[in-house]
Ligand binder design. Sequence first.
Ligand SMILES: NC(=O)c1ccc[n+]([C@@H]2O[C@H](COP(=O)([O-])OP(=O)(O)OC[C@H]3O[C@@H](n4cnc5c(N)ncnc54)[C@H](O)[C@@H]3O)[C@@H](O)[C@H]2O)c1
Length: 475
Amino acid sequence: MLARSHSSKIGEGIVAFPVLILGVFTLANEEHDKDWTRRQFIVRTGAVAAASAAAPFVRMTEASPWKGISNSPNEKLVLGLIGCGGMGAANMRNLMNFPDVSVAAICDVDDNRMTGDYNDVEKKYGRKPDVYKDYRKMLERKDIDAVIVGTPDHWHALNLIHAVEAGKDAYCEKPVSHDIHEAVTMAAAVKHHQKIVQCGTWQRSTKEFTDSIEYIRAGKLGKITLCRAWINDSFRAGRVKPSDPPKGLDYDMWVGPAGWLPYQTNRCHWNWRWFLNFGGGLSTDWGVHMMDIALLGMSKDNDLVMPTAVSSFGGNLAISDDDRTAPDVMECIYNFKDPNFTMHWAIGQDHPGKEGHGTEFVSADGRTLRVWRGGWKILDPGGKELEKEEAPNPPNHWRNWVDCVKTRTQPRANFASVAQTTIVCHLSNVALQAGEMVKWDNAKLDLMGRAGKNTNAYKRAYRKGYTLPDYKPTA
Ligand SMILES: NC(=O)c1ccc[n+]([C@@H]2O[C@H](COP(=O)([O-])OP(=O)(O)OC[C@H]3O[C@@H](n4cnc5c(N)ncnc54)[C@H](O)[C@@H]3O)[C@@H](O)[C@H]2O)c1
């Protein structure tokens, strides 16, 4: 059981928080890719193109594509937002651009963070959204069809599992979980309840990454022997003493299932990602984007190739006199058997002449395909740029989710697939925390043997009063 439960209306005296809207999340491309959406697949954790199991909705006309999906009398997908921070807000705004989407309610444990979203919803629809501090109260509403999970990573598992148990589809931010055990459990829950969940790995729906993946999948770079993915890191959280949480923030609920730590400004909103108690550092924050592309390129479809063995080295080596606990240097090597290749993941490196983040595919003959946010290129072994070939345009990522909710098909970043990427990312932290090589048993969806099983990235302890529901993967 969670500790508290109440809903509240936003009132006077609320401080507006500057909501971050990233330019990259604009709705640019409405065209739909034929290949990817057709290439649906099944994995044990539930990437099933399913008919809605729980479809008690009756108000639709026989001809409506929303029949059995939406409760809305005006045939809109009615949303609730859980977590009104930077990315939750950006997702909500993107979805509000669609005429067949409406937002009924917003929820955050911090009153101070809801003002921007509240005002936006009122401006867009000419009515105020309902406001909740406890997401479980919002989930009780029958008129809400789906939710956006935009909370910090340590809350995703409970938010999402409770949402699908309440019959909601979801747009869930990445990484899908705080640890491996949660990712496996969540995927089983999504499959069990047959819900359509798009994850926040929006790079899957952008041109440069789609072009690169299709080029590799078509075998145009030849046999790939090595993938590289990286992110530069120089972020300092600083040293800060614990203090009283600000008025309006239910800090006990913000910590939720994570281990208890007193409030500090440098490890709460947005900054939580630098603390392993709440997130996985850059291995999950950016690894889930950049390694995702490598894994997709090396896989036939969204059912991803998974590594067999993983070793990591590094730690908090570069940034001293700082509270952050997430590694600032990491060199991680993954071994894959089928197909046979190696993947290298790096944090905190300088990559002279390269973007601060990126993914590379290296072929047996020395050609390299490099892709980053904003471009891609193919280089011969001497560094000369080679001609590229484009794939069909991908759909808009958020539109793709809405369409898949309607058709009960799997979206481009379907939950089971992004859970696989998330597990790969967690494995880098597991190996680092274990201080030894760890082995992944993909048949059992578990680590092989004892190595890594006592790490926080494999399975953290839930704080007293919080329990992860028990769902097991099924064949
Ligand atoms: N897809 C992307 O490119 C991308 C970019 C940034 C962040 N993200 C992801 O989005 C998620 C949120 O990140 P952020 O940077 O927006 O964090 P943030 O800290 O800015 O926002 C999270 C919000 O959730 C609220 N919250 C915490 N617990 C809650 C609960 N139990 N119920 C309701 N609200 C709760 C917080 O008060 C805060 O307002 C993370 O998982 C992050 O990895 C994805």
